[in-house]
Design a protein around this ligand. Sequence first.
Ligand code: 5AD
Ligand code: SF4
Length: 455
Amino acid sequence: MNDNTAIINEIRSLLSGRTPKALVRSFGCQLNVSDGEKIKGLLGTAGYSFTEDEREADLIILNTCAVRESAEDRVFGIIGSMKKLKEINPSLIIGVSGCMTAQDHNAQRIKKSYPHVSFVMGTSAISSLPSLLLESLKGVKFSADTSEYDDFSQSVPQIRDSGFKASVPIMFGCNNFCTYCIVPYVRGRERSRRSDDIIREVRELVDGGYKEIMLLGQNVNSYGSGSENEISFPQLLRKLNEIEGDFIIRFMSSHPKDASQELIDAVFDCDKVERHLHLPLQSGSSSVLSRMNRIYTAEKYLETVERIRSRCPDFSLTTDIIVGFPNETEEEFNATLDIIRRVKYDNIYSFIYSKRSGTKAAVIDDFVSEEVKGRRMRELLEVQRGISSENYKRFLGRKMRVLVDEESKKRPGYLTGKSSEFIIVEFEGDASLIGQFVEVEITGSMNWAVKGKLI
Ligand code: 5AD
Ligand code: SF4
C-alpha cells in the first residue's frame, strides 16, 4: 500500500476537492464480491463516494466472472450498453476487472471492440487500481494490468457491503484443475494467507460488531498446504472459535476429496462453527467424476456423508451439480439423481455445463444435445424441490437461532434470516432486528424456506 500513497495523493490533488461518484458492480462468487469491497476501499481512500445509479457515476468498474459463458455474455452486453453513457458523459471512466480479464482473448476483445473502456485490471492486480485510475484521469485512452503478482498479503483497505456479515478470504487460487473449470487459469495457483493475519482480521471484525464471518477459498480444506509453518484448516477453525464474542463462523467451499475426519471433528467441536457443510458433488457418477478429474468416486463421497451423518443424522448439506458434462449418458445422469435422493441435501446449486476455452473438457466432442441437457436440468430441479419440501418439515416445532438478514421482498412486515443450517427463515418482525440474532419457533415449511414466530 505504501507504494500507492503517492499515487493516491496525486489522484486526490487532481480531483481538487471534488468527491466523484463510483459504481462498482461485482458478478459471480463471494470471492469476487470480496475483491469488489477492496476495490471500493481503494476508491474511498482516493476520495470517491459511491452510487448505484450508473447515470450519475463518474467511474464504473465491472468486476467480472468467467465461470460460465452466460456470465461473460451478460457482462459483454453491459459493457456494450455503456457506450451510450460515455457519449452522454465523455469524462466517464469505465474499468473492467475480475476473472474475465485474466483471459487474454477477453482482454483483447475489450480493448478492440469496446473503445469506451478505459482500463482492464486482472484479479491479482487490485493494488494497481490507483495507478490505472490515475492514467485514465490524465487522459490515457486505455491501460491494462493483468500481471500475476500476488497482492493478497498487502492490507488493501476494504469498504464492506454489510455491517454484520463479513467475508474473509483465507486463500486464493486453485490447484485442482477440474477439467471443466476456468478458475485455476484465471485465479492462479493456490496461495494461503498467514493464519496470524486471518485471526487478527476476524478479531477486529468481531470487535467491530460483525456477527457472521464467512471464510472463503476455492478449497478451504487445503488451506496452509505448501507452507511448512502454517496450521491446517481445522486448526484454523479451532483458533477462530476461541475468539471471544457473539458471532458465527461459516466457510466455503470444501472439496470432498479433502473433507477429512479432522475437519468433521472441528465442525462438531466448535460451537461458533455453524451446522452446515457445502460439499460440491458435481456429479453422482464415478465415471463422470473421473472425466472431471474430481479425484473422489461416488462411493468415497457417500462415505464422507456417512461419517457426518453418523454424528448428526439430519446434518445440513448443500451441493453444486453440473448437468450435461460432455457425453454424460442417461445412466450417468440417473446416478446423480440417485445420490441426490440418498443424501437428501437441503439445497442444491445446479448449472448446465458451460464450455470454457483453455480447459481440458473444452476439446471433448460433445454428443449430448442442449435439449437433453435442459430436460435433465428440469428433472433435477423437480427432484430437489420434493426433497427440500420433505426435509424442511423436520424443523416444524423447533426453535432456531437466526441471524436476521433483511426485510422480506415478498411479504411486507416480514423479515428473513438464516438458521445455523443455512436455511432461510421467514417471520414477522421489525426491521430494527436486521443484523441481530433472534430465536424463532418454526410453524410452517415450504420448499425454499421455513416460517415461524419470534420468541
Ligand atoms: N460449467 C458449469 N458449471 C461450472 N462450475 C464451474 N465451472 C463450470 C462450468 N464450466 C460450477 C461448479 C462449481 C460452481 C462454483 O460452478 O459446480 O462448484
Ligand atoms: Fe474449479 Fe475444481 Fe478448483 Fe473448484 S476445485 S475452483 S471446481 S478447479
